[in-house]
Design a protein around this ligand. Structure first.
Ligand SMILES: C[S@@+](CC[C@H](N)C(=O)[O-])C[C@H]1O[C@@H](n2cnc3c(N)ncnc32)[C@H](O)[C@@H]1O
Length: 236
């Protein structure tokens, strides 16, 4: 599989508005203060924890882990290029929040199980694990036919991963984060061309180009939809 490099590369997922709304959502579930210690597994360019750090000036900087070191990773956090499971296994530190946002689908079921087992042990008293993933039914991400097939099969797999998560974590709460996306067709087509989402990574170049023509005729100038994430929350 190709590497995911453009997910948060000047897209709505890295916009101020999105990050602010997302962090408001987080703040309702984790009462942030100067002492909050955060680990973000699969942090990408670390926009989320960087924004939190700016706001709360934590005593210990948030740690972001990713297997890819993209250009433009935020500098006010501690970034480590490492697999999330290996990091948790090696480092016996405890956190108030372990965040996994739109990352679980990169793990095999067995690694996810092992990761959750260790993550539970790495929580402080009343610490939380928050897992965010695309909503699996009636998902609104704009797709061309082939992209939709790939997305749907990935979402089916996610449902299996949700079952694993619930079994492992037992006492969980579920909620949804909604973000209204307004994006020009031109910008969205650029995102598709840059394979911004993992269901595009394995498509051939000619399939991407055909998909772009399909989207060109499907949408007018503006694309509007709601990006919805399921949030699974576990508290120690
Ligand atoms: C869809 S992006 C989400 C980025 C960020 N959490 C956000 O929502 O903006 C998923 C990220 O997880 C990373 N990733 C995949 N497998 C990983 C692993 N085993 N350990 C750490 N990060 C991983 C990918 O490289 C990618 O940057």
């Amino acid at each position: 599989m190709k590497k995911l490099k453009n997910w948060d590369n000047q897209t709505w997922l890295s916009s101020k508005n999105y990050i602010n709304q997302f962090n408001k959502f987080l703040n309702k579930r984790v009462k942030f203060n100067k002492n909050t210690k955060i680990l973000d597994i699969g942090c990408g360019r670390a926009n989320i924890i960087s924004n939190l750090e700016k706001k709360y000036k934590f005593k210990e900087k948030p740690i972001g882990l990713d297997i890819i070191e993209n250009k433009g990773i935020k500098k006010n956090i501690i970034f480590k290029k490492i697999d999330g499971y290996n990091y948790l296994k090696r480092k016996n530190e405890k956190y108030d929040l372990i965040l996994l946002k739109q990352t679980i689908h990169f793990f095999s079921p067995s690694t996810l199980k092992a990761l959750l087992d260790i993550a539970k042990k790495r929580l402080k008293i009343e610490g939380k694990i928050l897992i965010f993933s695309l909503k699996t039914t009636n998902n609104k991400i704009p797709c061309f036919k082939k992209m939709k097939q790939k997305l749907d099969s990935s979402l089916k797999r996610d449902e299996k991963l949700f079952k694993i998560i619930k079994k492992k974590l037992k006492r969980t709460n579920e909620s949804y984060f909604h973000f209204d996306v307004r994006i020009s067709k031109q910008k969205y087509l650029k995102m598709v061309k840059s394979r911004y989402i993992s269901c595009l990574l394995d498509l051939k170049n000619n399939e991407i180009l055909a998909g772009i023509s399909e989207l060109k005729s499907k949408y007018k100038y503006q694309i509007k939809f709601t990006d919805t994430l399921k949030c699974i929350s576990y508290r120690k």
